[in-house]
Design a protein around this ligand. Sequence first.
Ligand SMILES: Cc1ncc(C[n+]2csc(CCOP(=O)(O)OP(=O)(O)O)c2C)c(N)n1
Ligand SMILES: [Mg+2]
Length: 639
Amino acid sequence: MERTLAKTLPPVPPPRWARDYLFDVCRELGITRIFGVPGVNEIPWIDGTSYPENGVEYVECLHENIAIGAAMGSARMTGKPAILIVHVTPGIAHAITNLFNASRSQFPLIILCAQQQNALVVQEPLLSSDTVPLARNYCKWAHEMKSEDDMKLVLQRAFKEAMAPPNGVVFLSVPWEFTMRRIPEGDHLKGITRISPHFGPDPESVRDLADRLAAAENPLIVAGDAVGLAGAWAELRDLAHATGAPVLQQTLSAVANYPNDDSHWQGELPNNQAGMRSAFEGHDVAFLCGFSNQAQVLIYKPSDGPLIPDSVSKLYLSNCIWDIGKNYYGDAALFADVKVALPQITARVKEVIAPLVVTQRNDTLTGRAVERRAQWEQYLDHAMTQDNVWAVVIADALRWQIEQHNLQRDFVYVHEAISDPSPFQYLLPYAEPTSYYCVGGGSLGWSFGATIGIKEEERGVQGIGTKLVVAVTGDGSSLFYPQAWWTAAHRNLGILYIITNNSEYHTLQVGLGTVVKVYGEALGYDWTPRTMNPGYLTIRDPQPDFVGIAKAMAGIEGKHIEHPAEVRPAVCDAVRYVLETGKSFVLEIKTVGLSSQQQPPDTDDAGAVTPSLRTQPHLDWVHSGPNSARRPGDTALIC
Ligand SMILES: Cc1ncc(C[n+]2csc(CCOP(=O)(O)OP(=O)(O)O)c2C)c(N)n1
Ligand SMILES: [Mg+2]
C-alpha cells in the first residue's frame, strides 16, 4: 500500500526557511563551502549544508580564527566571497585578528554572526553583546538585521558589497530566530548585483600621468596588491620595460605582485623607515600602482623624515579611492582598474619616451639580475656548509621538488616564515600572482587556516592548481593555531607544513635591535632595555615538539630535520608523501636564532640578526649598494 502511494504522489519539495536565501546566493555564485565553529544559534544555517541539493559543505574548524583564515584562503582561490558563520560575541571576537588581516588585504568575505533573539537581547542574555562595533573597524559594511523581512535585501546587498571593487569584508549580525522563519516554496532571492571591476580611466588623465612618468630622470614602480589581484603581471611588465624602471612590491604583499624571474623585479619594499626611504631616494618619480598598504613599518621616528621623501613626485593608479593620495600628495592620480589602465599608460609612454635611455636602463637591470643570481648561488653554497639549516636551503629544496614534479602551475606557497622571506620570494617559480599567498595585516597565526581553504579548492581563479600546498611557518607563528591540523586531517587534505623552529621570536629580536638603534640615543627618549637578550622572546623550557603535536592532534606524520644535507632528501620524501597519499605531513626544521648564539644581539644592527640574514644578498640590487641606508638582514620583517 505504502509503495503504491509513493509511486502516485508527486515528490514533496523540502520546506524552505529564511536561511535558504543564503543557499540561493551560493547556488548563483557557485559558492560550495561555509566555514565556521558551530554554536546552537548557528545550527539552522549550518543544517542547510546537510541537504545535498544545496551543494554546500560545512568546513568545521576548532577556532574561529582558523575558520576565517580558511575562508580567506578559499576566497583567494575562488575569487568569490567566502562565507564564515560565527557564534555570537565570542565567535566574532576570536576571529578579529584575521578579520583585520582580511581587511588590509581586501579579501571578499561574508561573516554571518548569530545574535540572540530580538526579544531577549535587551536583557543582556548569555553570549550576547553589540557585535557590530567589534567588527565595523575592519568591514566595508557591518550591520545588525532589524527585521526578519530584511533577509533578502540585506543578503543581496552584503554579497554585492563584498564583491564590488575593491573587495572587502561584510559583517552581518542576524538574530538567530530570523533564520528559522518559514518562507513560501517559490520565494527565492533574485540575484546578486555584480559591478564590473574592469573600469577604465579618462584619456586626459592617462596622458598626464604617462607624460610625467616618461619624463622622469629616474623612475621607480611600486607594485601593490591591486596588480596581483587583477592578474596584471603582463601589463605591468610591459610598462616596466617601456620605462626601464625597477619594480618593488609593496611590503607584505598578499600575492606576488610582479614576476620574480623578470630583471626589473627587486623584491619587496623594506619594512623599516631607513630602508624604505633609501628605496625611494634618488628617484624623481614613483609610480604607485595598486599600492594599498603604504606604511608597513613598526618603528618610526618623525624627525628621520617621511617614508617616501618629499623630493619624489608620486603618481597613483588604484581601483581604491582611499589608497590614492592616502598619505602623500600625488601629482597625478588615476582611479581605475589597473589591468584596464596599464596598457593605456604604456601606449602613451612608448609614444613620448626617449628609447635610448630606456634601453640603457633595461640593460643595467638585466646585468644586475645576473649578478644577483650569481650572489645567491654563492650564498646557497655557503649555507650548505653550515652546521644548521638556513632558509635558503629549504627554499631551494622546494624549488627543486616543484620543478621535478612539474608543479609550476600546480602549487601554492603560503608564507609565514616571517623573519626570512627573501629566499622564498626569490627562488620559487611562481606562475601567477596567486601562486604566492600572504596577508598584509601582520597579525600572525593565519597560515595554517589559509592552507585549509586553499587546499579545499582544486584550482584557483587565475588557473593555479593546488596539488602541492606548502606553508612555511615560524615556530612562534605555528603555535597560535596548531589545532588547524585537526581540520586538515578531518577533511583529508594533503598539505605540507614546514616549521622553521629557532625556538624564539627572532623577528622581535631584530625589532629590539632596531628600537635601540632608532630611539637609543634620540633626544627626549634615549630608551634602552634592561637586557638585549630577554627570555621573553624565546620559546624554550619546555621546547614544543611540532611533529609530536601534529601526531597527537590529528594523526599527521612528520619528521625532524637538523642539518642542511638532510633538507633536500626530506623535502623530496615529504612532497612525494603528500602527493601520493593525499595526507598532510609536518617537517620540523631546526634553525638557529639569536638566543642560542654565544653572543647576544647588540645595538649594531648587523649584529642583531643571525649569520644567515647577515650574509644574505639583498633582492633589491638597485637600492642596496655601498652607499645605501639598507643594512644586511633588513628584510627580516618586524611585525
Ligand atoms: C597575533 C600576533 N601576536 C603577536 C605578534 C607579535 N609578533 C610579531 S613577530 C612574532 C614572532 C614570530 O616568531 P616566529 O614565527 O617564530 O618567527 P621568527 O621570527 O622566529 O622566524 C610575534 C609574536 C603578532 N604580529 N601577531
Ligand atoms: Mg621563531
